[in-house]
Design a protein around this ligand. Sequence first.
Ligand code: ADA
Length: 574
Amino acid sequence: MQRIFSEHLTRPVKSLDGIWRITAHDENGTSVQAGVPGVWERIPALAGFRGTADYTRKVHTDHDANLLLRFGGVSHTAKVFWDGSMIGRHYNAFTGFSILLPAVPGGEHELRVEVDDSYGPHSALHVPNDYMTYGGINRPVEIHEVRQAYIERMAFHSEEEEDGSFTAHVRVFVHAVDPLKEASLNVSIAGSSASGVVPDLPRGESADVNLRLHIPHVRKWDLGQGNLYCLQARLIVNGDETDDLIDRVGFRTIRISGEDILLNGRKVRIKGFNRHEDHGQFGCSLPVEAMMDDLQMILDMGGNSVRTCHYPNDPRFLDLCDELGILVWEENHARALPEQVFHSELFAEQCAACNEEMIGQHVNHPSIYVWGLLNECESDTEFGRKVYATQIAQLRELDPTRPISYASCRFFKDICLDLVDIASFNIYPGWYTDEKPADLADRLFRWMDGNGAENKPILITEIGAGAVSGFHDPLHHAKWSEERQCEILREQLSDIHRIQRCSGTYIWQFADVRVAEEWAKNRPKCMNNKGVVDQFRVPKMAYATVREIYSALGDTETGDGDRGRFPVSRPDRA
Ligand code: ADA
């Protein structure tokens, strides 16, 4: 399942998850059976393999049909073959893709995915980095049966009216497999519905239909209140329901007002965690149950937000954040890319595709309150400014309803802060520098007021310290000891959350994660050890420190969020 709920009542959908055969293009032609979704690093025979491997399975169809293959993610490049012919390709482990197969005869077929996780000139975003690029089909695979036309996706946003009602704007994208005539759409949500005509379409063309609905009464989505509604679209052709699509949306308002980030009109205080899609047992392919475990720990520590460092996340994780009422900073795929990569044509092309897919696939999640881009890239040069400006323009075009920001480490030199709605900084006082957190914050906030970020909200998008899990030094509190991590985090969080001007923090980071071998020299165990829990989610001493501090802080300035552990209500399902 690509989501944690059924997206279709009419359209037949079958999961292709399960046991596939993996055959590595290595000197031995290593061939094993293994689970999909999954990463081959979990398989002893392929634990250290980096390169290309074939994932193969049989697919049986019992009648002629138009088929749509849907991949949630393949890490990091997929070439897809059907009965030996190449039918599509995709780059980037962190966004999904679909391939249409018209008029497939019923019978036994072979599906082969050539998966490549190698580094090199073909990959600008997956590079040796302070996180791991795994190999495999890391997210779910489905096969859909569609008729002469189908609903590709929907884009939803809503506006609150003076009287407290909402207006829902729904854009429905339709694709014609065969020439399409006499088609219409019906959309319903929260007891309201609307219809629209789909223009006649030649084979292979798409069109979008915009519908507007008035919703008199809603239960707003909010922190700890994951009130969700089913948005259902039906495609009617010659009076026959040909296809359908269901999504889940929420009604809430996000607004920037001076130095404040307002959720439903109240200034929020972000008590966040940076979270990589990485786990000691599952690699980057976490089952949804493990995702929920992570979120329950984050809630238990008084957290109310997650930053999807440094790439778009699994839609099922975003579904859980929607349900739990957890705010999400989602960002495109980039982490401190080296100049020769950042300046390449390939980077521009691969990043633009990621932006398009990230917003096209995730725009309906109410939990996402800000789009982030280009973590710690070159925001201090004229060339870098052009790149940031181009991508920010693209993000605003794709979604004009959400604020935009980037996490900078180039403060005191940064020249792009005027381009974004929120000024965000990654700082490590007490870990990488000896400066007191309050002193650094004071210097930084004073500097930014004269450099494009005056009167803007501020987020500290990374702050933290390392500890090798199980290393204790109760007397000296040496760096890398759990005691020292507690000490540094306590001072960092206490200092920063005393500053009214700052809208909050994202601790770096929730869990220890594996990093590329090239980073081993200053990453003990070849891991980024700044997690509050280890890679298997065993809490370090810092877990209790963070819980004490975050839980004592409210979610909003009106202080009515002093919840610590959320009274998580089950969301309404209209
Ligand atoms: C940077 C970067 C993170 C991580 C962190 C660290 O801020 O954005 O991905 O590398 O530093 O652990 O040093």
